[in-house]
Design a protein around this ligand. Structure first.
Ligand SMILES: [Zn+2]
Length: 256
């Protein structure tokens, strides 16, 4: 096996980007990944499953969350592989650290089998990532909120913020405000500010859409007298919640 890493097309026709791993990690990932050539053909090509240990997976996610391709031995030379779409982890996956995917949930579209097995194991990160994908990418509000709620209840910081902010945005104002207040009380304003920044990053490669309800919520939450405009550093609770709603609204219309 050469030093793998070609540009290839996945079975869905998406380009798998060129990647380079440093020698050590390439070696480690390559050392023992088990390749299974599945019998079924997908169009003109077969798909290959890679079974990784927990450590190999974490390394893969850290080094190249956007995807990786493996060059197969000569006998399989005609196969084109998008390996990461078929990643399966040997070890238990309830507490697998999926932070690169939490940061940019859109990347998790490539890791479907991994997401499924982590969800089955009730992995908190996987619930967050799936919630984000369902809500924003697949536009399934119900399923999205379901998974975000699970992540939030389990104490996922980013999950708590986004779940609260979306509740406000979809008109569940009181519930959203309660969730945000609890988060702010427990973790502090700074933590919420970090969540806002991370929210922006997590929308990477995700197209947002503006729902009518966002506009309604935005108008509903606007304080009669905006006594604390965003440029000043203190706010009453009404102005604070309106500020958070404004941030979400601006992200959805693509202003940020
Ligand atoms: Zn105010």
């Amino acid at each position: 096996m050469g030093n793998c890493i070609h540009t290839m097309r996945s079975k869905h026709g998406n380009l798998v980007r060129d990647l380079s791993l440093d020698d050590a990690s390439t070696k480690k990932i390559k050392e023992s990944p088990q390749l299974e050539v599945a019998e079924q053909k997908t169009g003109k090509r077969r798909c290959v499953k890679i079974i990784l240990t927990r450590k190999q997976l974490e390394q893969l996610l850290l080094k190249c969350p956007e995807g990786v391709s493996f060059k197969l031995p000569e006998t399989y030379a005609e196969l084109v592989v998008a390996a990461v779409e078929e990643v399966v982890v040997k070890d238990k996956s309830d507490d697998l650290n999926l932070s690169p995917l939490v940061k940019k949930p859109a990347l998790a579209k490539r890791y479907r089998s991994l997401r499924d097995s982590c969800l089955k194991a009730n992995n908190v990160d996987a619930n967050f990532v799936t919630g984000m994908l369902q809500y924003f990418h697949y536009r399934n509000q119900l399923l999205g909120m379901h998974h975000l709620r699970i992540a939030s209840k389990a104490g996922h910081l980013q999950g708590r913020y986004i779940y609260g902010a979306l509740l406000m945005a979809i008109g569940r104002t009181e519930k959203g405000v309660r969730a945000i207040n609890k988060l702010t009380d427990e973790k502090g304003i700074k933590a919420v500010e970090n969540c806002i920044e991370d929210f922006q990053i997590s929308l990477y490669r995700i197209d947002c859409n503006v729902k009518d309800i966002y506009v309604t919520s935005f108008i509903k939450m606007q304080p009669l007298h905006q006594c604390h405009p965003p440029e000043i550093s203190t706010a009453c609770s009404e102005c604070y919640h309106f500020f958070l709603m404004t941030v979400v609204f601006e992200m959805m219309i693509g202003l940020n």
